[in-house]
Design a protein around this ligand. Structure first.
Ligand code: PLP
Length: 365
């Protein structure tokens, strides 16, 4: 069977040449006679792999010197606890912006440990926009945003000014999709399986200042950033193979123009898609124009009868899959359809999808 175009929100498609390279090195990595999967994480063969991945993150994201780069486990969801445990130590209070499912999960996890003020929310319009947050002030240990909302398909187009309050962002579904000024943030994190590699590793970029505080009492050793920072992500066994693949994806990003190259590539794909939706008499995009994600594009049909719409969506997803266009169902909490156009999705995949959509619209108009 030939390869499909995979529009999954995560785990998601990886560049084909990266997969081919991993396959070619599977049994014998650089003459070591072993797979990277089999290597000791303390071996002289593995150390350069993790070092290179770190260097590439620093290079591609222009990470300032006074930041630490960590490769952790537990997914982005574990960061929902790590952030309040490590950063919520002076006032025991943080400001969160509620922009949908992932922000809500972060909020409810933080509430287990500290006080949370939800300083802005887009819940009033079903999270179809990013609230304008000009500045945040108050006695907060940090302010928190989810930069790209994978499920609702919104993204921040401005970085709120939080003054002296450290800003934290979940960038799981938009990391390296476009340039981002790391120096504006105290901490950034991303699960790798959206835009960076396979599931199993979470990237954390943290400003060294915020590592000087002692985490909250009873913070598990494994959830303390300091534990991992002190040991260069080798306190315990890291997700070695996932880190290796992330390194390869980062080299692929560099070869394709770095963060700027990804931005041009992603804007071209997203423009095609949104222009098509906006001109369509059959489909529409529910997200406000100024808040639209480059990565995750939810869309619905204009069918107003709920039952009919549901049947139509199911038919769309099944027929698309039979054409090799897979994972187009909307998130289970949202319905409709969603196409995730991460870095590795080629423009040909988008063109194919749009031509299928057009055909489907014509037969079901
Ligand atoms: C997928 C996702 C998460 C959860 O990631 P896990 O690695 O599965 O824990 C968190 N935040 C955002 C924005 C996501 O897209």
């Amino acid at each position: 069977m030939s390869r499909v175009y995979n529009f999954s929100a995560g785990p998601s498609c990886l560049p084909e040449e990266v997969l081919a390279e991993c396959a070619s090195e599977m049994l014998n990595y650089h003459g070591t006679g072993q797979s990277v999967m089999e290597m000791s994480h303390r071996s002289s063969a593995f150390k350069p792999i993790i070092q290179d991945a770190e260097n590439m993150v620093r290079h591609l994201m222009r990470v300032p010197e006074n930041y630490t780069v960590l490769f952790l486990q537990g997914g982005a969801s574990t960061q929902f606890a790590c952030v309040p445990l490590n950063l919520g130590v002076r006032h025991g209070k943080a400001a969160y912006v509620n922009t949908g499912v992932w922000a809500k999960k972060a909020i409810s996890e933080a509430k287990k440990f500290i006080d949370v003020d939800v300083v802005a929310s887009s819940e009033d319009k079903n999270f179809s926009y990013i609230p304008h947050v000009e500045n945040v002030s108050g006695s907060y240990d940090y302010a928190y945003i989810c930069f790209n909302n994978t499920i609702k398909g919104t993204r921040w187009s401005h970085i709120p000014d939080t003054g002296d309050i450290p800003l934290v962002a979940d960038i799981s579904s938009c990391i390296l999709s476009e340039p981002l000024d790391v120096s504006k943030f105290a901490l950034l994190f991303a699960g790798a399986q959206k835009n960076l590699g396979p599931a199993g590793v979470t990237l954390v970029i943290v400003k060294n200042d915020v590592l000087t505080d002692t985490p909250r009492a009873q913070t598990p050793t494994m959830l303390s950033y300091k534990t991992h920072a002190d040991e260069n992500s080798l306190y315990n066994t890291p997700p070695c193979y996932a880190i290796y693949v992330v390194g390869k994806v980062l080299h692929w990003i560099e070869k394709n123009g770095g963060a700027e190259g990804m931005k041009a590539r992603n804007e071209a794909k997203a423009k095609l898609f949104y222009d098509y939706l906006d001109a369509s008499s059959f489909y529409y995009a529910p997200v406000e124009k100024s808040s639209r994600s480059l990565m995750n594009i939810p869309f619905l049909t204009k069918e107003t009868d709920a039952e009919k719409a549901d049947a139509l969506n199911k038919k769309f997803v099944a027929e698309a899959a039979s054409r090799g266009l897979v994972n187009l169902a909307g998130h289970r909490t949202v319905g409709g359809m969603r196409a995730s156009l991460y870095n590795a999705m080629p423009i040909e995949g988008v063109q194919k999808l749009l031509s299928f959509m057009d055909e489907f619209a014509k037969t079901h108009q």
